[in-house]
Design a protein around this ligand. Sequence first.
Ligand SMILES: *[C@@H]1O[C@H](CO)[C@@H](O)[C@H](O)[C@H]1NC(C)=O
Ligand SMILES: CC(=O)N[C@H]1CO[C@H](CO)[C@@H](O)[C@@H]1O
Length: 270
Amino acid sequence: MLSLRLGYVLALAGLSKAGTVVWSGSFDSYETAADFDKWSWANQVGEYQWYIHGDGPTSDYLALDEAYKNPAVETEAHGLKLTISSNATWNSNMERAELIPQTTADLGTGTLYYHFSIKREEENAPDSTLEHQILFFESHFTELKYGIGSPTTDLQWYVGGTSQWGTDFVPGTWFNFAYEIDFDGQTVALWASTDDAELEKVGDAVSASTSTNSADFHVGVLRIVNQDPPEDWYISGVYIESGDITTSVAGVAANATSTAAKRDGKFGRL
Ligand SMILES: *[C@@H]1O[C@H](CO)[C@@H](O)[C@H](O)[C@H]1NC(C)=O
Ligand SMILES: CC(=O)N[C@H]1CO[C@H](CO)[C@@H](O)[C@@H]1O
């Protein structure tokens, strides 16, 4: 009897579980691809720094549309289509298009959940024979990879260069993730689901050299080999949360998101 009631109370508590948004990477702050260009080192507006890209117009690399988001994400009206191509080069010959959080928030203390969803389609599909680094930190202590490991057609979770988990990266399916990073305990775990399913822990905490200067989380894709044809990647539901993880892909109440953005003094100023 007692344990039944306790279970009931815990179930109720579970329903209301949600953390605090520390940084929102919502693409709703941007109406068009050109809005990303309003950011510069001298004018640090918006949710993202945008400097890791090729010499073409931003519309060669970024596009926004309702069709580009995970429909299960309720806190965002549109998602991002990110295109890498032979001219998407930055500081090397590698193909790169990466957004970096623009925030004064501390993204590297305590335990934080780095949320995002990604997808590919058959059209302009990523090449499964070439290594891609996806949603990574500068030091690569946690990241996704594609086109490497076994099988190369898996989307794989890597920690410090070692594959920990993988799933078949089928087209047309949204893959939702949260890196659970314990910056104090120096571990990373992985939560994942597809489409509208709730996130579940798929990778237990493993030790990692966790650290960030709060401006080196690369929301984007790097492909090491430069060759045609171009590839499209879809990204939505990007945010960082502290406290209890939100397992619903619908996201944290938009209000929490806009509160964090307002605190940064950036929201709606583009
Ligand atoms: C870059 O490559 C893309 C894809 O092939 C193409 O659409 C775009 O026109 C190119 N941009 C430049 C500046 O050459
Ligand atoms: C859940 C919640 O608090 N929603 C509120 C978010 O903010 C808007 C206005 O900005 C309210 O209308 C919602 O009720």
